[in-house]
Ligand binder design. Structure first.
Ligand code: GLV
Ligand code: MN
Ligand code: MN
Length: 439
């Protein structure tokens, strides 16, 4: 493999590199801090690519904007002298190949939803760059490689499932299946990877890193509400995505008596109401969302012929998630009979809840405490690449607060002080992990 463990460490080094070659020291540094201004500069520069009104980003996976974002991050990887590999599903890994053995890896994604913010995913990737640069400049040589990655199509907004690249990275989906996936706009992953220049040759799945740890904004309200700076993420809730197609009888909106209608729009609305009610009945961590409804022909005076809608159903408890899924299936069958419509559905994504290892959760807490930062344990409501990496290596996540719990929205915001605190915690965790034989 031309991958990140065996290649030449300084391959791709640019001439304008601005730091001096590190001098080896043995003691593990405990007082290193990242350069917050440099991290924020990179975050704001990346946010200019695909910028949208309100301060957010639209970089759907494998679009031109995603390519431009990738190119920028890769150029930064090369500036740091990292060995850059692109695998067969477009995952990009930048490795500082010091020391020996498996890398301590961090990273996330830089694709966004169509109305994304500046921080979701991007923070985790650029934090990794900042950490590697900080360690390089410190003069301390880690005993094993440090790697930063961005995975293809984490969001799943253009191509399902979400976490597609990291799922392939750990062998959870075949490369051919990924490349053949058709998106919401009819495009094919394999064609788009070729078009944007990220159909790489490094084999996927890849060898397991020594450990993987991801910094991410919380994307929910809990840390802010509890006044904690650092989230020690205990795991990620299960996710069930389904696309439902309802076929009815298209007809004239003025002449068709209400009793004679077979209306897919009405049936779609009843499904949305049923999901809200299901979440209310289950309580706890149950959440349900109808995020997309397409009507055909989508005209003011026509009873639609067809509705296509998506259901996003999540719970931290696999048993409850299964129960919710079967209730929904029963309701769809009953609704088809009641309304005289045909309802079919297909699974777009299905991931069981994931729990991160106790030692990794404890390491987040202990590192936050060493830094004088408040922390709390919490599960993640959003899906993350770290949940896939947890299948092959010790993995964990560090959360920082999201202002008003808003995300997947241009208004997404995290205070700079919290971003820097989270990145410092990640830095120290990665240093510690390089020195642990068994994380
Ligand atoms: C990814 O952002 C997801 O949780 O949908
Ligand atoms: Mn994300
Ligand atoms: Mn997201």
């Amino acid at each position: 493999m031309d991958g990140w463990r065996t290649g030449q460490p300084w391959q791709g080094l640019r001439l304008n590199i601005s730091y001096t070659f590190p001098v080896t020291t043995t003691a593990r540094p405990t007082d290193l801090r990242i350069n917050g201004a440099r991290l924020m500069d990179r975050l704001m520069s990346l946010a200019e690519i695909g910028a949208i009104d309100g301060g957010g980003c639209a970089r759907l996976a494998l679009t031109d904007a995603d390519r431009d974002g990738r190119d920028l991050v890769v150029s930064w990887m090369r500036d740091l002298g990292l060995e850059v590999t692109v695998d067969t599903v477009g995952n990009v890994v930048g490795t500082w190949s010091v020391g020996g053995g498996g890398a301590v890896m961090t990273g996330s994604h830089i694709d966004t939803v169509r109305t994304g913010g500046k921080y979701d995913g991007n923070l985790g990737v650029l934090a990794g760059l900042e950490i590697i640069q900080t360690v390089q400049e410190s003069g301390w040589m880690p005993p094993r490689p440090l790697a930063v990655t961005f995975f293809t199509n984490e969001e799943g907004a253009r191509y399902a499932p979400d976490m597609m690249g990291s799922l392939a990275y750990v062998g959870g989906i075949g490369v051919e299946e990924v490349l053949g996936t058709i998106g919401i706009d009819g495009s094919r992953v394999g064609d788009e990877l070729l078009r944007i220049g990220y159909a790489g040759t490094t084999p996927c799945p890849a060898p397991a890193p020594h450990a993987f740890v991801e910094l991410h904004i919380e994307q929910g309200p809990v840390l802010e509400k509890e006044g904690a700076t650092i989230g020690a993420v205990t795991g990620v809730q299960g996710i069930s995505w389904r696309e439902v197609t309802i076929e009815g009888q298209s007809n004239h909106a003025g002449t068709t008596p209400m009793s004679m209608r077979h209306d897919p729009a009405y049936a779609a609305s009843l499904i949305a109401v049923f999901l809200r009610d299901l979440a209310r009945r289950y309580g706890g961590n149950q959440v349900c969302t109808v995020g997309k409804i397409d009507l055909h022909p989508n005209l003011v005076n026509v009873v639609p012929a067809r509705a296509v809608l998506t259901l996003d159903v999540r719970n931290t408890d696999e048993g409850l998630l299964r129960r919710a899924e079967s209730e929904i299936t029963e309701r769809l069958d009953a609704l088809a009979a009641e309304e005289g419509v045909t309802i079919t559905s297909r699974q777009l994504a299905r991931f069981e809840p994931v729990e991160f290892g106790e030692s990794m959760v404890t390491l987040v807490e202990a590192t936050a405490s060493d830094h004088g930062l408040s922390s709390m344990r919490l599960p993640s409501g959003a899906g993350h690449d770290a949940q896939m990496l947890a299948r092959i290596c010790p993995s964990g996540m560090v959360f920082v607060p999201s202002h008003n719990g808003i995300s997947h929205n241009p208004a997404e915001h995290t205070d700079t002080a919290d971003i820097v605190a989270g990145c410092d915690v990640l830095l120290q965790m990665m240093i510690t992990l390089t020195t642990q034989e068994t994380p």
